[in-house]
Ligand binder design. Structure first.
Ligand code: FAD
Length: 465
């Protein structure tokens, strides 16, 4: 009889448990929260009140793991959003291109809604036992180099319990205590890299005021984004459609800017934005939830892949290994893709000694794309303290060239969109054929003034393409 334990039942934990159920006789998932009966935010996932989108990579991974989940999401009216088609996007360089047809889409719904949909399917897994209201307090070991299980407490009961397992998977998210758990059993934790994006988010759920209708020319029926502009404009906002009739307003402030303390200050904050678009949409809505603020955690990479003191029978997955600015909406997709990497590694080995080494290597190879995209973008902002290496500066300059080149050759948008959606690695952007096309388009554009240049910085996006 083989057993695996998963610590934490967020996106990474649920996906990992599903994968482990095919390789182990028994899987126990331990979650410190009691899951809500309906789609709602919960204490253990404080970021869940903030905006969450599921990129195409995550959508595909989750559909593979839980077939039929997207039909369920469609039935429950989770909108698919395509920038430039049904959602306006003001990038640092002005309005994004607008499109006559949807391009790559993302799924937009509240975090609680997605989690509940996954759980509705996930709970049908026979080999997985879910223990709610239980908090893992540490690891157990054989005193040498092997993890033998966990120590945990159940809410309302002061005594500590132990549970043995052949494999322990830490999926306890950004606030994972694994480094101190490892230290306590005499294992040196992996070294870490950190970069503080110095960002605060605030969000509130809204619903349409009865009887109101957007003006006819507003093709951005699913919402609008106004992004921050490096190096110093640290204010952003978005108002995006969610499941059913819900909308989510998000305010973003980097270092030096204050977010309103309460709902009264929202309109004032929006009025100071580069584009009045979100401010103009806001009066069509009224609040339907509480206003909350959230200080973003630091970008953090735990170097499990070069761990000098690896522990047999222990792996970590999702935000427990790598946390990054959610600016590009990649965290849940990374968590789901990590589970697929685990599945492929388990096909090669279930040995408690070999699996961690293989898994951490493969996971790092994939996760570094999301981590680098997030950190390099953060480093565009003067307020962020970090090393701006030549590689980082070249990458950011090249991304700017790509953005400009797309105006001359829209076909160039797809490869970079696929990288942002985590469908392809960053290295795709350096393929000689693509690089040359970018250079040509960029040089061509610089030699001419494009007719729509003025429209790209107008207060409203250009009319529908
Ligand atoms: C403001 C903000 C906005 C974001 N927006 C997006 C977005 O648009 N798109 C996107 O893809 N990602 C987004 N993310 C990232 C996303 O929330 C995380 O990357 C993703 O949830 C990681 O999933 P996870 O399962 O690893 O961790 P989590 O979702 O944090 O889950 C961890 C789970 O472990 C449980 N737990 C913790 N400690 C213990 C313990 N000791 N014992 C038992 N259980 C425990 C918690 O209760 C929780 O259920 C955003 C993050 C933030 C902060």
């Amino acid at each position: 009889m083989t057993k695996a334990i998963v610590i934490g039942g967020g996106i990474a934990g649920m996906c990992a448990a599903k994968v482990l159920a095919d390789a182990f006789d028994e899987v126990t998932l331990i979650e410190r929260d009691r899951y809500p009966d309906v789609a709602a935010s919960r204490r253990g996932v404080p970021q869940g009140r903030m905006f969450h989108t599921l990129l195409e990579r995550g959508r595909r991974e989750i559909e593979t793991l839980f077939p039929g989940i997207h039909k369920l999401m469609d039935e429950r009216h989770a909108p698919r959003v395509s920038f430039g088609f049904n959602c306006a996007l003001m990038t640092p360089r002005g309005w994004g291109r607008n499109l006559p047809f949807p391009s790559i889409t993302s799924l937009f719904c509240t975090r609680g809604f997605l989690e509940t949909a996954i759980r509705d399917h996930f709970c049908k897994e026979e080999r997985v036992t879910v223990i709610e209201d239980a908090t893992v307090a540490g690891l157990t070991s054989d005193g040498e180099r092997a993890c033998t299980g966990i120590r945990y407490k159940v809410r309302g009961d002061d005594s500590e319990h132990q549970m043995p397992a052949e494999l322990v998977v830490d999926a306890s998210g950004a606030s994972s205590h694994a480094p101190s758990w490892l230290t306590k059993i005499g294992v040196e934790p992996p070294r870490e890299h950190e970069l503080d994006p110095l960002l605060t988010y605030a969000g509130v759920l809204l619903k349409r005021r009865p009887g109101t209708r957007f003006p006819k020319h507003w093709w951005w029926t699913h919402g609008a984004f106004v992004q921050r502009v490096p190096p110093r404009d640290n204010k952003g906002a978005h108002l995006i459609r969610q499941e059913g009739d819900l909308w989510l307003l998000t305010l973003v402030a980097g270092d030096g800017f204050d977010l309103p303390e309460d709902i009264d200050g929202i309109a004032r904050f929006l009025a100071q934005m580069r584009s009045p678009l979100v401010h103009d949409m806001y009066p069509y809505f009224e609040p339907t939830g509480t206003y909350s603020r959230f200080r973003l955690p630091k970008n953090r990479w735990k170097y499990y892949e070069d761990w000098s003191d690896p522990l047999d029978g222990f792996i970590a997955i999702g935000a427990a290994t790598c946390v990054f600015n959610p600016n590009m909406g990649q965290g849940m997709s990374v968590a789901a893709a990590d589970a697929d990497i685990l599945r492929r590694c388990l096909e090669q080995t279930t040995s408690p000694r070999e699996l961690p080494r293989l898994f951490f290597r493969e996971q790092a190879r994939f996760q570094k794309n999301a981590y680098q995209l997030a950190c390099r973008n953060d480093l565009r902002f003067d307020s962020v303290q970090g090393k701006r290496t030549l590689r980082v500066r070249l990458f950011n300059a090249y991304r700017d060239m790509i953005t400009q080149a797309i105006a001359a050759n829209p076909a160039l948008a797809r490869p970079t969109g696929r990288v942002d959606m985590l469908l392809d690695p960053i290295s795709r952007l350096y393929r000689p054929a693509y690089l040359l096309r970018v250079l040509f388009a960029w040089a061509f554009l610089r030699s001419r003034q494009t007719p729509d240049a003025a429209a790209r910085v107008a207060p409203e996006p250009p009319p529908r393409a």
